[in-house]
Design a protein around this ligand. Structure first.
Ligand code: GDP
Ligand code: IMO
Ligand code: MG
Length: 436
């Protein structure tokens, strides 16, 4: 089996959904390996717009398997709603498979996420989907898995065991409202009943497909800078979007991964709290936000905007094992007189070219910028790298040089036709930079 992992290289919303959809055309299966319905992946497929949240992007591609891996956390209510919406749009979703080992987001997780954020004055700025509390329970061995949800007896046992503890936390720590066992049980057993036919051992399934020589795309959610281990901790999500997370979160050996595609937005965006050295709190940031329609898919929050940060991106290339880049939203930068890239940070007179773990250092980091002249042309219909304005070509070349990683694709708009592959993504050929 050949496998490509698609990761977000920044703080999420780089346009991963669109790239997965594109690569999916040359593959057989797509597996989501982490995150949950905190993700919002936009795809324009045959001129229809889809915003996928829990479901892998392959679900809109007939003849593909769309697998929710063991590493994803599943809100059954939200998932069933997403499935219903797709069915109502005439899609056949029979290619869905859900790992029996995936953990379930319970209503008390969602309540705890909101209560904890409220109590801390919105410290992290989470999506309030219950992601952190669900992963915390998983690690703390108090989780409920899909295999339990679809078995009423087992579900009753685990819910009985864990609910009192959760209610204690909700009521005593946060002064919230306790959940009633029977109400949750009745509601969730019904979700289990509806989802049962999709739930299977996806590890065995992927192994079988592997032996048949099938191609697999591992769809990352969030971004490397939001990774629980490698991101701007604690201002991160609670899972591992990095390339290695694909193996853990799908039950596939790392030897099955051939390439890691790092999706990069041509500038930077971030939703929620946390350090952001290249943030633009000025009219340039506002202009990019409006041109790029930078408002969250899930929470509708305006995204924070900044210049491209090569220090953060170098870190992502390193920790995620990125082998190829896919640069999105180049069109959004059209019309800017000049464009900046942070190549290092200055902290107390010292130059840092590695992303620091210490947030205090990061908060005081002043980006060292390199300025590249912009371009005024509308590039939204450009199809070949060599037909881009020379300054846009220079920008791409500079990104390749700074990250020492070749560009697989560039995009000049949100549609598939505006996204151009420069080579066969599955090729194992030695990479050459700037092949124009
Ligand atoms: P994801 O979470 O990484 O899949 O990305 P999102 O869907 O949350 O956010 C990316 C946004 O950028 C979406 O609104 C996309 O339609 C849009 N987008 C993706 N690629 C491009 C591009 O090349 N140009 C422009 N203008 N928009 C893009
Ligand atoms: P996609 O897959 C951008 C951010 C939240 C918050 C932090 C923690 O669409 O790129 P969480 O609810 O996960 O506990 O919130 O992570 N966040 C995202 N930001 N894109 C996402 O997903 C995100 N998922 C979570 O805003 O700062
Ligand atoms: Mg998104």
């Amino acid at each position: 089996m050949a496998g490509i992992v698609v990761v977000g290289s920044q703080w999420g919303d780089e346009g991963k959904g669109k790239i997965v959809d594109l690569l999916c055309q040359t593959a057989d299966v797509v597996v989501r390996y982490q995150g949950g319905d905190n993700a919002g992946h936009t795809v324009y497929h045959q001129n229809e717009k889809f915003e996928l949240s829990s479901l892998p992007v392959a679900i809109i591609n007939p003849n593909h398997l769309a697998v929710i891996g063991n590493g994803e956390v599943v809100n059954p209510k939200a998932l069933l709603l997403e499935m219903k919406m797709l069915r109502e749009r005439g899609l056949d979703i029979s290619g869905l498979r859900i790992s029996d080992r995936a953990h379930v987001i319970m209503p008390y997780h969602i309540a705890l996420d909101a209560l904890c954020e409220q109590a801390s004055g919105g410290r992290i700025g989470t999506t309030k989907k219950g992601i952190g509390p669900t992963y915390a329970d998983k690690i703390n061995r108090r989780g409920i898995r899909m295999v339990d949800l679809v078995d009423p007896k087992s579900f009753a046992e685990v819910l009985k065991e864990f609910l009192p503890e959760k209610n204690n936390e909700i009521t005593k720590l946060y002064g919230g409202q306790a959940f009633d066992f029977q109400t949750i049980y009745d509601e969730y057993v019904e979700y289990g009943r509806q989802l049962e036919k999709y739930v299977t051992d996806t590890t065995v399934l992927l192994d079988k497909l592997s032996q048949e020589g099938k191609r697999i795309i591992f769809e990352g959610a969030q971004g490397i800078m939001l990774d629980i281990d490698h991101g701007t901790y604690p201002y991160v999500t609670s899972s591992n979007p990095v390339g290695g997370g694909a193996a853990v979160g799908s039950g596939t050996g790392p030897n099955k991964i051939n390439q890691v595609v790092g999706v990069v937005k041509a500038y930077t965006s971030r939703v929620g709290e946390g350090p952001f050295p290249t943030e633009l709190k000025n009219e340039i940031g506002d202009k990019i936000r409006e041109t790029g329609h930078e408002y969250g898919v899930i929470t509708k929050r305006p995204r924070r905007i900044g210049w491209l940060d090569a220090v953060a991106l170098r870190h992502s290339v390193l920790v995620a094992g990125i082998t190829q880049l896919s640069i999105n939203s180049l069109d959004v930068l059209s019309g800017l007189k000049e464009i900046k890239i942070a190549t290092a940070y200055k902290v107390d007179g010292r130059t840092l070219d590695h992303f620091p773990a210490n947030l205090r250092i990061l908060e005081n980091a002043v980006p060292v910028y390199e300025t590249i002249p912009g371009w005024s042309e509308d590039i939204s219909e450009v199809q070949r790298r060599q037909d881009l304005p020379v300054n846009a070509q220079n920008y791409l070349n500079r990104i390749e040089d700074l990250l020492k990683t070749p560009i697989l694709a560039f995009a000049v708009g949100p549609h598939a036709e505006q996204t151009h592959l420069l080579k066969d993504p599955w090729s194992e050929d030695k990479e050459v930079l700037h092949t124009i």
